[in-house]
Design a protein around this ligand. Structure first.
Ligand code: PLP
Length: 444
């Protein structure tokens, strides 16, 4: 029986042939941890003795476990398509495979093949993006938060930026317009009231130190009832009259017509751009359905100034981002919306969701679950208060218990009225066999 004084020396312990000659820093650290835990346990009499072979097994187990990926796929069965906690937009596999060729090889990222000299990183997406959006120029940065920061820092450091009180929003995950503005060096000039801001409010706020009139999309909330926002055309006109820059942080932004009249409260990107904002930015991975990025569009002269800001170097995007974005933009140009999973999921009609749910139900067992119709939201801080139809499987049983069991199998569902739901709105069909397998495993 081995006790406290038999605890092995770490070097001797690691020289056991069980470790097959491996003795790297990670293995040593894990062995030290395991032995320290053993020592503590023996000292406070949590255990009486130990077996060296068990100790070796424990170290090997933890060593192998430490190489498992931390980022793993999960099944989003919440029905929320743009789930920020689960990675927002999906990239279609075909598009991703095209990108692999570029990412796994050297590329012309900043190399001009024709001239044999240094090229421009941002040119790869700019031509197609300009065509798609009908704008003078574009610039892509790390995300929309950095787009906002870069724009404010470039044009409004130590100067005033006029924003409506109804638009001083916080976007999930600590992005607050007033804070971002302060950090960028811009001075916030709030105007109007929470529910109403008129052209005259902007006009009265313009002073000697004003640099910009800014509109911020309310994104994750909406004001109903007695409310009024100044049309963008008016904001732009005022800016022009006073030699200021007008900028719209549009947040999300979609291109094709959305189903279920989801677009009736806000125009599409292309419609909004008809007002010709001098600058506008939006997220690449919200309704646009691509990779994380901040897309800035607008006047060439202004975009050129952004490119000269040293900050851009810190917000610059990797080739993976540019390559994925280029794929999505090409899909848009050819109207291959089925290759933009965010849009594909949103465009699924209730009948086809029904059919899929029914098929899965039969496979799991008709008495264990039933198909139900419900409502869901887009998520990701887009289309607030706009619910639309969805279809789910209600798995019979205690909802909280089921939720936990499915979660342990990496399927995240939703509880609604004490029912555990697997919502098909956010599920790609290829995952159905896996869902059936998980459900059978849990429900016996
Ligand atoms: C989402 C959002 C942001 C932040 O965009 P990210 O791409 O997540 O950085 C900024 N402004 C508005 C209005 C938004 O909706």
């Amino acid at each position: 029986m081995k006790t406290l004084r038999d605890i092995p020396q770490i070097d001797k312990f690691l020289s056991s042939h069980e470790f097959g000659g491996i003795c790297n820093a990670l293995l040593t650290k894990i062995a030290q941890e395991v032995i320290q835990e053993l020592r503590d346990d023996l000292l406070c009499k949590n255990r009486e003795s130990f077996d060296e072979f068990e100790l070796i097994c424990e170290v090997k187990k933890r060593y192998l476990a430490s190489f498992e990926s931390s980022l793993i796929p999960i099944i989003n069965a919440t029905g929320v398509i743009l789930h920020t906690n689960m990675g927002r937009s999906l990239i279609a596999k075909e598009l991703f495979l095209n990108v692999a060729k570029v990412v796994c090889n050297y590329s012309n990222l900043e190399y001009n093949l024709e001239k044999g000299c240094r090229g421009e990183r941002y040119e790869h997406v700019s031509e197609h993006l300009k065509t798609l959006l009908g704008v003078e120029d574009v610039l892509v940065v790390n995300n929309n938060a950095s787009a906002v920061f870069l724009i404010l820092n470039t044009f409004a450091a130590n100067k005033e930026v006029v924003v409506s009180r109804g638009e001083l929003v916080e976007i999930g995950g600590s992005f607050r317009i007033p804070e971002v503005m302060r950090q960028s060096g811009a001075i916030l000039k709030e105007v109007g009231a929470t529910n109403k801001t008129k052209k005259i409010d902007y006009q009265n706020a313009i002073g000697e130190n004003t640099a910009m009139l800014m509109k911020v999309h309310q994104s994750n909330f909406s004001i109903e009832g007695f409310s009024e926002a100044t049309p963008y055309a008016d904001i732009k006109k005022l800016s022009e009259e006073h030699g200021l820059i007008d900028y719209c942080d549009w947040g999300s932004g979609y291109i094709p017509t959305l189903p279920y009249n989801l677009g009736n409260k806000e125009p599409s990107l292309l419609t909004f751009l008809q007002d010709r904002p001098s600058l506008l930015s939006f997220s690449g991975d919200k309704l646009f359905g691509s990779v994380q990025a901040g897309i800035i569009v607008g006047k060439k002269e202004l975009i050129n100034k952004l490119k000269k800001n040293q900050l851009l170097r810190m917000l610059r995007v990797d080739k993976i981002t540019l390559a994925l974005l280029e794929e999505t933009i090409k899909a848009y140009l050819q109207e291959r919306y089925e290759q933009i999973p965010t849009l594909w999921l949103l465009m699924q009609d209730v009948a086809s969701l029904h059919k899929r749910a029914l098929h899965v139900r039969v496979q799991i067992g008709k008495n264990l679950c039933e198909v139900v119709e419900s409502r869901t939201f887009m998520g990701g801080g887009t289309l607030p208060n706009r619910d639309f139809p969805t279809v789910a499987l209600h798995v019979r049983g205690k909802a909280v218990v089921l939720e936990k069991k499915f979660r342990e199998n990496h399927l995240i569902g939703r509880i609604e009225n004490d029912k555990f739901l697997i919502d098909f709105r956010s599920i790609l069909p290829e995952l159905e066999p896996q869902i059936i397998q998980i459900a059978k495993g849990i429900l016996g």
